[in-house]
Design a protein around this ligand. Structure first.
Ligand code: SAH
Ligand code: SF4
Length: 372
């Protein structure tokens, strides 16, 4: 009994010492393969098995000779994060609580819609920022997700949705939004690496036009993101004055509204066909007046924009209420009249706490119960 658990521990240790290939760019994979004395073309084959076919076992790579497969398995693994909980909402939304190698957890949400399927992925465990309306920001433990942990969320969703081989015209996972836990621009390098892998044409091949990065406004990284990745940009605006935004989105004290607006104005390739999304959480009596709507129009004037109005999703202990529907409608009408599309985001998966700003709350509660 003791021996077998020791053997298991040893086995797990060995596994964790092997290099996970889902963390590597194509250039890094080529290096890793050639360093082991294998020819370059093997990298191309392995890349295709991982990113086009979703294979996780070298034994399934049938265009690679058996002894080479065995050799690969000595040094490398192809793993996904473990799923500690999977929930399905009555509206079809799927939420995975993933358990990472160090025992930390993060969440991924799949939202099916008529014309698309969007995967909302996390970039950090928790978030160092403390936006007053967001539950993720109340979590103490925070760390960046690694490249394979970011890619792994997409891989495991594709496994479950039956998306292999990738690139199928009737794919169910069409869009990716970096709107889960964490501030993606505080983990820019890993997020960028992961998105380049996911965009790669001979892999999953989701185009930059179908990826949206949402940020609370880390101004210096916005330009870099535009130039290097060219993905769609969403800004968590939520307030139109520095005074209120300092309170709601405290990073505003460091990067003030005027610098944020300038950075967005200069974001490459914005056009009416490719607009920036301004996310605006509707908080009852706080930021939802017609005056706020008018000030918002003025603030973003001249920038190709879409305003995404998000009714506040409450969480246990939150200090705000959701704006009344007629207030939201009035706000939306003012913005729309000024020429900006103003869709109201329907909360998805709120019965499983998968809606914006609710992520992580369920697992935190679960652990509290477990401790009791
Ligand atoms: N950290 C990034 C991305 C994750 S949050 C950012 O802040 O942009 C994704 C979106 O959900 C953001 O616009 C965020 O402001 C919003 N959000 C957070 N808490 C919310 C809540 N309780 N109700 C509605 N939206 C919320
Ligand atoms: Fe972090 Fe975004 Fe939540 Fe703010 S809204 S605390 S930046 S996850």
């Amino acid at each position: 009994m003791i021996q077998s658990s020791l053997a298991r521990a040893e086995n797990t240790k060995q596994q964790s010492e092997l290099q996970n290939l889902t963390a590597l760019s194509f250039a890094e994979l080529t290096n890793a393969v050639t360093e082991r004395g294998l020819p370059k073309f093997r990298a191309k084959q392995i890349w295709s098995w991982i990113w086009r076919h979703g294979v996780t076992d070298f034994q399934d790579m049938n265009n690679i000779a058996k002894p080479v497969r065995a050799e690969l398995a000595k040094y490398f693994v192809i793993t996904r994060p473990a799923v500690s909980r999977r929930q399905q909402s009555s509206d079809g939304t799927l939420k995975w609580l993933i358990r990472l190698a160090d025992g930390q957890e993060a969440e991924t949400v799949y939202i099916p819609e008529e014309d698309r399927g969007t995967l909302c992925i996390s970039s950090q465990v928790g978030c160092t920022l403390t936006c007053s309306f967001c539950h993720t920001g109340t979590q103490r433990l925070v760390r960046n997700l690694t490249v394979d942990e970011i890619c792994g969320q997409i891989l495991l969703a594709m496994d479950e949705l039956g998306e292999w081989p990738s690139g199928n015209p009737s794919r169910r996972l069409t869009n990716i939004v970096l709107m889960g836990m964490g501030e993606p621009l505080f983990n820019y390098n890993n997020v960028a690496e992961a998105m380049k892998i996911i965009m790669s044409g001979d892999g999953i091949a989701i185009s930059k036009r179908r990826i949206t990065l949402s940020t609370s406004g880390i101004v210096p990284e916005i330009a870099r993101c535009g130039v290097e990745l060219g993905v769609n940009l969403a800004i968590s605006l939520h307030a139109v004055t520095d005074t209120l935004r300092n309170e709601l989105v405290p990073i505003n004290k460091k990067y003030k509204l005027n610098t944020l607006i300038d950075a967005v104005r200069n974001y490459p390739s914005l056009s009416n066909a490719r607009r920036v999304t301004w996310e605006y959480v509707m908080l009852d009596g706080v930021n939802d007046s017609p005056e706020d709507a008018k000030a918002l129009i003025k603030l973003i004037s001249g920038i190709p924009s879409k305003i995404n109005l998000i009714p506040f999703n409450p969480w246990p202990g939150s200090q705000y209420n959701t704006s009344k529907p007629d207030k939201i409608e009035r706000f939306a009408a003012i913005v729309l009249k000024a020429g900006y599309p103003s869709p109201v985001r329907t909360p998805r998966g709120s019965d499983i706490l998968a809606a914006c700003g609710q992520l992580k709350s369920d697992s935190v509660r679960l652990r509290a119960r477990e401790r009791a």
